[in-house]
Design a protein around this ligand. Structure first.
Ligand SMILES: [Zn+2]
Length: 277
């Protein structure tokens, strides 16, 4: 380590003293504690369609708290202009948290493609799969696009308690979960089954709830084989997706938070990434 001059030490002390203030005014930014953070994450929450207000506010706060606990740095933004080569290079992983719709323009998309191709990480949470339908590269990155969810008038409820089969019990995102994990969620159905192109971490036991979705009168059909969280190497980078996380209160569930944390660490390259399909 380089020795600091007395003047540099004073400057460093001043910088350290103003970090909490800077973080507070920057909103949703978790400063690195003394020393280097393990890695840096950018939480991206822009919406151009449905807005999950609670997922975004409580999810951003929860990921910031995980960063404080686990010593990684978290910045959060709604601003797509942050998708430049120079800015993205500051981060090990970008987390699309409850994004929806067309959120990036062509040059921002190109910068993000280069970022993944350079070996970085992507995490998609919940409606990250309800995002950028016209950007085929992104569809490949997330693994499958959202189709619909339960909540069909006269048929079933939007929020149901159901059981997840944890298929990979060894990954960082699943190793603390019970093999059969029962909880409430707005359970997503997908347009395609991603199993052939991703490593499935968890799937739905459709016998434990009514999965019919709203996109067809009387309810769309069940998926049958129904992955709900997965990971895969993609175009040189690492991708992790979980469909969970709709309600703000879910971001207080210890097991759910461990699931998200593990996925972030995997995508950031800080936990084993055994995700070949
Ligand atoms: Zn939702």
């Amino acid at each position: 380590m380089k020795l600091l001059s007395r003047k540099s030490l004073v400057a460093a002390a001043v910088v350290a003293a103003i970090v909490p203030l800077g973080a507070a005014s920057a909103q949703n930014s978790t400063p690195a504690t003394a020393g280097n953070p393990k890695f840096r994450a950018l939480v991206f929450t822009k919406t151009a369609a449905f807005r999950h207000t609670d997922c975004i506010s409580q999810g951003t706060a929860a990921i910031g708290q995980l960063g404080g606990r686990e010593h990684f740095e978290v910045d959060a933004t709604e601003n797509a202009n942050q998708f430049t080569d120079a800015n993205l290079a500051n981060y090990d992983v970008v987390i699309f948290l409850c994004t929806t719709g067309d959120v990036l323009n062509d040059s921002q998309q190109a910068a993000f493609e280069r970022y993944i191709e350079a070996g970085h990480g992507y995490v998609g949470v919940h409606s990250a799969s309800d995002t950028e339908y016209d950007w085929a590269w992104y569809g490949g990155l997330v693994g499958a696009y959202f189709r619909d969810h339960p909540g069909v008038a006269g048929v079933n409820q939007q929020f149901q308690i159901a059981t997840i089969n944890v298929e990979d019990t060894k990954s960082e995102a699943t190793k603390r979960l019970p093999a059969r994990w029962t909880r409430e969620e707005e359970w997503y159905n997908f347009r395609t089954n991603p199993r052939d192109s991703v490593h499935v971490l968890m799937s739905m036991d459709e016998s434990t709830y009514d999965p019919r979705g709203y996109s067809q009168p009387g309810g769309s059909p069940p998926m049958g084989d129904h992955p709900i969280a997965w990971c895969h190497p993609y175009d040189g980078g690492r991708a992790f997706y979980t469909a969970l996380g709709h309600k703000g209160e879910y971001w207080n569930e210890p097991l759910f938070l461990e699931h998200v944390l593990g996925g972030i660490e995997m995508a950031a390259g800080r936990a084993p990434f055994r995700c070949d399909s």
